[in-house]
Write a new protein. Structure first.
Length: 246
């Protein structure tokens, strides 16, 4: 693990990467509600009926997009608006994940159970294990790495490209010696795959918003709140994923 981190942050500091030179990456995200709900055996009859009414046999999944802006020093991920009138109309929500690799800090904005929160803390790299598997994603040869979200109980599989020397990725996923082009949560329940990678001389829009509405939390406080919410939902035989990001 220490070796992975050393390589990752050494790549970030490569002199050939100018401060504002970087990438704009679009990710296609597919959330398979039916796969997730099938395993929630604690749900009440009423909750199962609600899910069936809302989603039926929608095997195609719930599709959306996200955008990652990344330089050698920073990264910023936001949701994108659903496609309409032949184009995208900006962010789908106020969700944002910003990382400053030089300062070792992060700022995240997320809606949780109807309320907005701003999570500000130091960067903690996920505990990745690089596997001996490769595959092509968008013309880039990618290696596989696995980790685990212990708060939500999720198995995380990431595919990263050594040819793109940025230790970043979609949403909260980062910390590998190359850009993460795909994330698979719990064997296909949610999949995020890079559909467009643009190399740009100057990345625009990477700055943090001047005003961010929401209650400020540390990562530990956020995780504690999330664990309690999931635990309370299970006890009440409710689906927690109506109100939180999967």
């Amino acid at each position: 693990m220490k070796k992975i981190l050393a390589i990752a942050f050494a790549l970030i500091a490569l002199p050939g990467l100018a401060q504002k030179e970087g990438l704009v990456v679009t990710y296609d995200k597919t959330f398979y509600w039916i796969k997730i709900f099938d395993k929630l055996n604690y749900l009440s009859v009423e909750e199962k009926s609600r899910i069936q009414t809302s989603w039926g046999a929608n095997d195609e999944g719930d599709k959306s997009k996200g955008k990652l802006l990344v330089t050698a020093d920073q990264s910023k991920f936001v949701d994108m608006e659903q496609e309409a009138d032949g184009g995208y109309r900006g962010r789908k929500s106020e969700y944002m994940v910003f990382r400053d690799f030089v300062k070792g800090t992060k700022t995240e904005v997320e809606e949780f159970a109807g309320k907005m929160y701003v999570i500000e803390d130091s960067l903690v790299v996920p505990s990745w294990k690089v596997m001996n598997k490769i595959k092509d994603i968008g013309g880039y040869l990618c290696m596989m790495a696995v980790s685990e979200d212990t708060v939500k109980g999720q198995k995380i599989t990431a595919w990263f490209a050594n040819d793109l020397p940025y230790s970043a990725g979609p949403e909260r996923y980062f910390g590998l010696p190359g850009l993460i082009l795909e994330v698979d949560i719990n064997n296909g329940e949610l999949v995020m795959t890079a559909s467009k990678v643009e190399k740009v001389a100057a990345v625009e829009g990477l700055e943090l918003p001047k005003k961010m509405k929401g209650k400020k939390l540390t990562t530990a406080e956020y995780d504690q709140m999330m664990r309690k919410f999931i635990s309370d939902s299970i006890k009440s035989r409710r689906n927690p994923y109506w109100s939180i990001r999967y």
